[in-house]
Design a protein. Structure first.
Length: 207
């Protein structure tokens, strides 16, 4: 793919005109890429943006609110919603199910909201196909940078960090190509990264 300014490029296989109809923005990237921080900053820029609330079978943690962070469901409830088509895509992480919850998504779409969220690749591809979602992949300039960010915010063992490295390499080499834009979040340049993402959104979606 040809590079353009600000270490940002558009997937040439994507019809940019179709992105104009998108009302969903999906962020992805390896652990430590800065996607949470960037997403939060972007949502402050537009009053019409809301978070995509997905469903999960993991237990609710202290301080969490049903329908805000997640829709918390039992395994049986989750599987039944999958069968009914209310959860059209899902994945399993640490023995817990996570998936797009259509009642939440469709309610916010009908309200004319711009929905911002993070889902795995299978979910991103589903939302791209069915809702013309705008997909943005964030990455750091190297594994060393990612590693330092991960170690700086958590007390993970070297074994856990190695697992993160393997996942990150797969996400960058195999999954990032399915996204509309890939943005490099360089160390110490978070503000510039946020401005890059703002520019992408402004060019594709009216807030």
């Amino acid at each position: 793919m040809p590079s353009i300014t600000l270490a940002m490029y558009l997937n040439p296989h994507v019809d940019s005109m179709k992105l104009k109809n998108g009302k969903i923005i999906i962020f992805a990237g390896p652990s430590g890429s800065g996607k949470d921080t960037v997403m939060q900053a972007i949502m402050k820029e537009c009053n019409n943006m809301v978070k995509l609330t997905t469903a999960t079978t993991r237990p609710m943690r202290e301080g969490e609110v049903e329908g805000k962070m997640y829709y918390f469901q039992t395994v049986d409830e989750f599987k039944n919603n999958v069968k009914q088509g209310l959860i059209p895509e899902h994945n399993v992480h640490a023995d817990n199910y996570y998936g797009t919850y259509l009642p939440d998504l469709d309610k916010k779409m009908k309200q004319g909201k711009i929905i911002v969220g993070q889902v795995q690749l299978v979910g991103a591809r589903y939302l791209k196909k069915n809702y013309k979602a705008l997909l943005i992949f964030l990455k750091a300039e190297s594994w060393d940078i990612l590693r330092s960010r991960i170690k700086g915010r958590s007390d993970l063992s070297e074994n856990e960090i190695e697992k993160r490295r393997i996942i990150a390499e797969r996400e960058i080499s195999e999954e990032s190509k399915f996204y509309d834009y890939i943005v490099e979040n360089k160390q110490g340049q978070l503000d510039k990264t946020i401005e890059k993402v703002k520019k992408i959104i402004k060019e594709n979606i009216e807030c």
